[in-house]
Design a protein around this ligand. Structure first.
Ligand code: FMN
Length: 620
């Protein structure tokens, strides 16, 4: 296999398709792995028709070659594209997106279908999927199946299953493909047990040994191992939730950031859950192994860093706590020796009305993971290596940085609510926040926890001029990036610079429970850095729930005056309701005080967005 890489394909994905006898190419635009996973599943589906598919990360190929796909007879392009931010493509699809935007490429002869991944709580729902679907047609390509759209706020897995269930028969009929005996559940990786004392991965993301010998620059493929400088509770003891202020020490790491950037954290799974899963699978957790792709042409040799021990794989590399995906349930069904269990697993993985309904309730809504399912289906004993092949990869989690390097360039702070709740007698715990919650600072370097992190640039920035007015709306942990902004302006003021008005709208449930950073905020008001602080308490009084948008309305005159003076507006936090309600309120203010019609006011806010004077950093 060594010669293969320098062989005839010379890095061209079209040549790779030709040489490998592949008719189907699947591109994915993915930030947190869902789109990539769906692409892989569609590639497996193709086996049912005796076809081979090439899965492509658009960032890793010469995208200019795209029109050449038409050279391959009866070829099909499938795109799995996620949407982010304000209708933006994922990082890895950026170039592809620009390529289609620029110039009039001739895409006659290319046949395609798009599945978009998005979330309805965002204003720009599935905009990237919609764009690719429309643009390819404009450029002359032929749509062979209607655009599918997955909603991560509802049940993306179900949306995908429905789409794909209709997609394959339709394209097969169109292309004249016939289904064969295989059902696409055959293994994609083969197991190789590694004996003896071989260097193996212990949780590194990229290079073997990178945790022992760290080398900048640090990024997604090469995170920095940061120690913890501070990890403290922000909620009062009266609160039934927990919110942590965590500062990572990055002294000497040459990791640079600016207020408004994001910090990514690679978590590890809870060791108790890891051991329980190992037991359920009857695995010897110390065994060191490799999973090797049976498709020698694939650019992805291993599903995750190999060789490693089973314990390392379950701890660092696969997601063992998310609701289990339907194709995993289907594979598990094969191993259930009890007929009733087998039938139930098959039902849960079938795209029939009953199957989808059961999946929606039992798996999605009640959040059952692989561990829950193996517990409740005791006759099902799959080999651990097959489970490792099927589970999604454990992903880094992104947080808005809640500090400014101006205050201390050696620190990166994040602010996170620890996700923990019960369903029946099961405790559901968010992987990363729970991982971080008990990582405490230590004087002893050998005992100090080390957390793999890196910084991702964001476009959310303070205005260049220090005098430009700033209006910030950030309830709950949505306040995080604004803490960095305020520190930044406080620093400028200390240096004797003139600083403009800075107004914060913060919201929480109760003054005595979850009013985070209260002391700091009041100090900034006293120091004249924060010119106004408005806090909305949603559960303080019985009669009325007060939210940030209500406070904004109370102060509409000042808000409008500042907007007229060129204020920059920032909205951060929950996308579900808050971001939308706040925007609606700005529209209302522009109508009331700016004398605009609803249409004009909406256009006005859109224009502010375009000029980056109205910026949102939201999540759900
Ligand atoms: N979905 C949308 O439809 N529109 C958006 O503007 C949007 N912005 C997002 C921003 C963030 C920070 C996150 C975490 C998700 C956003 N989503 C949005 C939802 C994602 O597109 C969706 O969760 C998708 O499944 C992610 O796919 P991936 O795992 O392949 O990256």
């Amino acid at each position: 296999t060594i010669g293969r890489q320098q062989s005839s394909d010379d890095g061209s994905f079209v040549n790779r398709m030709k040489n490998g006898g592949r008719q189907i190419v699947i591109f994915y635009g993915s930030q947190t792995g869902t789109g990539e996973e769906l692409a892989g599943r569609l590639a497996k589906d193709a086996h049912r028709y005796g076809l081979k598919a090439l899965v492509v990360d658009p960032e890793e190929v010469e995208i200019d070659e795209f029109p050449r796909i038409a050279e391959i007879e009866n070829s099909l392009v499938i795109l799995c594209m996620a949407t982010y931010g304000e209708g933006d493509p994922t990082d890895n699809a950026q170039q592809f997106h620009e390529y289609l935007q620029s110039g009039d490429h001739e895409l006659q002869g290319i046949r395609y279908a798009v599945f978009g991944l998005g979330n309805k709580t965002y204003e720009h729902y599935n905009e990237v999927g919609i764009y690719f679907d429309k643009r390819l047609e404009e450029l002359g390509a032929e749509r062979v199946f209607e655009l599918g759209m997955g909603d991560d706020d509802g049940n993306l897995e179900e949306d995908f299953m429905r789409w794909r269930e209709a997609f394959w028969p339709a394209v097969a009929a169109k292309f004249g493909w016939e289904a064969n005996e295989t059902d696409g559940s055959e293994r994609q990786y083969r197991l190789e047990i590694v004996e003896g004392d071989v260097a193996h991965f212990k949780g590194e993301v990229g290079r073997l040994g990178s945790f022992e010998k760290q080398r900048p620059p640090f990024d997604l493929k090469n995170p920095y191992l940061a120690t913890i400088a501070i990890n403290k509770e922000l909620h009062a003891s009266l609160s039934d939730r927990s919110c942590r202020h965590i500062e990572f020490d990055i002294t000497g790491a040459r990791v640079r950031y600016e207020a408004g950037d994001h910090a990514a954290v690679f978590p590890t799974n809870c060791s108790q859950l890891v051991e329980e899963l190992g037991k359920l699978l009857n695995a010897d957790m110390n065994v060191v192994f490799r999973l090797i792709n049976t498709d020698e042409e694939s650019s992805k040799k291993h599903p995750f860093p190999c060789p490693c021990s089973y314990r390392t794989a379950l701890t660092h590399y696969v997601d063992i706590t998310s609701p289990i995906k339907s194709h995993v349930l289907k594979a598990l069904a094969e191993y259930a020796t009890d007929e009733a269990e087998k039938q139930r697993l098959l039902l849960l993985s079938t795209a029939s009305e009953e199957g989808l309904k059961e999946y929606g309730r039992y798996i999605q809504k009640e959040r059952r993971s692989i561990i829950d399912v193996l517990r409740e289906f005791p006759s099902c004993k799959p080999p651990i290596d097959h489970v490792l092949e099927l589970l999604p990869k454990l992903q880094a989690r992104y947080y808005s940085i809640s500090s400014s390097p101006k205050t201390d360039p050696g620190r990166v702070a994040v602010t996170a609510v620890v996700l923990r709740y019960g369903i029946g007698d099961r405790l559901i715990k968010g992987v990363c926040t729970n991982y971080l919650a008990d990582k405490l600072p230590s004087e002893d370097p050998a005992a100090a926890p080390k957390i793999p992190i890196f910084v991702r640039k964001s476009t959310v920035r303070l205005p260049h001029r220090t005098t430009t007015p700033v209006i910030m709306i950030g309830p709950g942990t949505g306040f995080a990036p604004f803490r960095g902004f305020i520190q930044e302006r406080a620093h400028q003021k200390e240096q004797g610079k003139e600083i403009g008005p800075m107004i914060l709208y913060f919201g929480c449930r109760h003054r005595d429970h979850d009013y985070i950073y209260q002391d700091e905020l009041e100090k900034y008001v006293n120091d004249g850095v924060l010119t106004e602080l408005h806090v909305a308490f949603s559960r303080h009084s019985q009669e009325q729930k007060v939210y940030v948008q209500h406070k904004l309305w109370e102060n509409r005159q000042t808000t409008w005056d500042l907007m007229e003076q060129g204020a920059h507006i920032y909205v951060c936090g929950d996308a579900r309701n808050m971001a939308r309600d706040v925007q609606a309120m700005f529209i209302k203010i522009a109508m009331e005080l700016g004398g605009k019609t609803e249409e004009e006011a909406t256009k006005f806010i859109k224009e502010l967005e375009r000029q980056k004077r109205y910026q949102a950093d939201v999540w759900s």
